[in-house]
Design a binder for this molecule. Structure first.
Ligand code: 5AD
Ligand code: SF4
Length: 451
């Protein structure tokens, strides 16, 4: 049986896309492997959001292609955002690569790899592919809209990602995504409900809805009873019996209306966590980022959300060293962080991306200053994260038990409604069940407790 190895960089959207491709290989009889010595097909699903992610993927592929023990028929392919964005140029970077498939071409990946592998193995096929490089990066949004979704049935998995929208029309000045994922497209609600029902029938308890700007889902549809399409979708999914938890990522302040804030008061399955990118606390920088709202609007939304759901955990993304960011702008970001008291924050040093407006701005911030601000902000966010977790010691948290802990396979691990990893140090629980855990200890990232 031939085997395929898929390595994924980047966001959850990429993880979900990789899963979709993996299921197509598996349905055709391939084995999925994590063993680099074994695979007949290597695929890397790439991210373009920062330069580092691209260099990592290119380096990894170069290394895989250069293995002296590689089987001579091995097929190598790139998919995802970097493929979409760099296209043919990738063949110059790593000449051994056979396939470059863009973000809306996942459905072709299996077919091309399989044909290449079979023709190299001398097996009979109807229409052999020529040897050498294959590229498919033409955008086809309809493909996404009418997607037949497949999930890996891994028995024991209790949580799944579901893509509900993709692409982005916001054009933040730093961001490459609109050019890699194309314009915003939403899937029909009926397809999403059917997909979640199917997942629940297989034992899935928690779904995370994915979209570049997930709360703009179906925004052309208008309001019904004061509720937008996204909230109506949440309600429809909430009604599915057997589904225990509902999450989504990532929302944007634009289009974040009162109906979504209110949803936290009457949808108990909607988890007490939101990953809500702030990017900057300075209005001047937000404007230069083409994020058309004031920081105060963002802060007011966080406060309204915490009023609607007092135990809500808020995590965020922040970029430091955006072109033109002064000490004063950075101080505004630190002040906003102190005001929101984020449960966790991902801090990114600004990375100029080809074809984006910000890459061409004057006043690029020197690497040394980006590093310094990154360090300084991390100290603030880590201190707050520890304090937020300490406040949970002594409380009871219901966790969805996911499986053995990665650091110590003798202990089970799950996540709380606030999306915090919780390690069970005492007592029994079943994988896939929801159990109350008494929190006894914590770090800035993880909670420990007994059932
Ligand atoms: N440089 C640094 N960080 C970026 N992000 C997006 N584009 C860039 C860039 N050019 C960050 C944003 C986004 C997260 C996924 O990555 O904070 O929310
Ligand atoms: Fe990276 Fe953005 Fe593509 Fe996700 S959508 S893989 S974050 S570039």
């Amino acid at each position: 049986m031939p085997s395929v190895l898929i390595k994924t960089y980047g966001c959850q959207m990429n993880e979900r896309d990789s899963e979709q491709v993996a299921s197509m290989f598996r349905a055709a009889g391939y084995e999925l492997t994590a063993d680099e010595a074994e695979a007949d097909v290597y695929l890397i699903n790439t991210c373009s959001v920062r330069e580092k992610a691209e260099l990592k993927a290119l380096g990894k592929m170069g290394q895989l292609c250069a293995r002296p023990e590689a089987k001579p028929w091995t097929v190598y392919g790139f998919m995802g955002c970097m493929s979409q964005s760099l296209g043919e140029a990738i063949f110059r970077e790593v000449p051994r690569v056979d396939l470059v498939a863009g973000t809306q071409q996942y459905h072709h990946v299996y077919e091309i790899c399989n044909r290449l592998l079979r023709s190299r193995l001398g097996m009979h096929i109807d229409r052999p592919l020529r040897r050498g490089a294959h590229i498919c990066t033409t955008a086809t949004e309809e493909g996404f809209q009418n997607m037949v979704t497949e999930h890996l049935d891994d028995g024991g998995k209790c949580s799944a990602f579901v893509s509900i929208a993709q692409g982005c029309d916001m054009h933040c000045s730093y961001c490459i995504v609109p050019s890699t994922r194309g314009p915003e497209v939403s899937r029909p609600a009926a397809d999403i409900v059917a997909e979640v029902r199917e997942l629940v029938s297989r034992g899935i308890k928690e779904v995370t809805l994915l979209g570049q700007i997930v709360n703009r889902y179906g925004r052309q549809e208008g309001l019904v009873d004061g509720k937008g399409a996204f909230v109506r979708l949440l309600e429809a999914l909430h009604d599915i019996e057997g589904l225990e938890r509902l999450r989504y990522t990532s929302p944007h302040p634009i289009g974040f209306r009162e109906d979504l804030v209110q949803a936290y008061t009457y949808l108990p399955k909607l988890c007490s966590h939101i990953h809500f990118p702030m990017q900057s606390g300075s209005d001047r920088i937000l404007r230069a980022m083409y994020r058309p709202y004031k920081n105060e609007t963002y802060l007011a939304l966080c406060e309204a959300l915490r009023a609607a759901r007092p135990d809500l955990a808020i995590t965020t993304d922040i970029i430091v060293g955006f072109p033109g960011e002064t000490d004063e702008d950075f101080a505004a970001t630190v002040a906003a962080v102190e005001r929101v008291q984020f449960d966790n924050a991902f801090i990114f040093k600004y990375s100029p991306r080809r074809g984006t407006v910000a890459a061409g701005l004057p006043d690029q911030v020197p690497a040394r200053i980006k590093e310094q601000r990154n360090h300084e902000l991390l100290e603030v966010t880590n201190r707050i994260a520890v304090a937020r977790n300490r406040a949970l010691v002594g409380t009871q948290q219901v966790i969805l038990v996911e499986g053995p802990s990665k650091s110590n396979p003798d202990r089970l691990q799950g996540r709380s409604s606030q999306n915090k990893p919780v390690i069970i140090t005492e007592g029994q629980a079943e994988v896939g069940s929801l159990v109350p855990v008494q929190i006894r200890e914590c770090t800035g990232f993880t909670l420990y407790g007994s059932v």
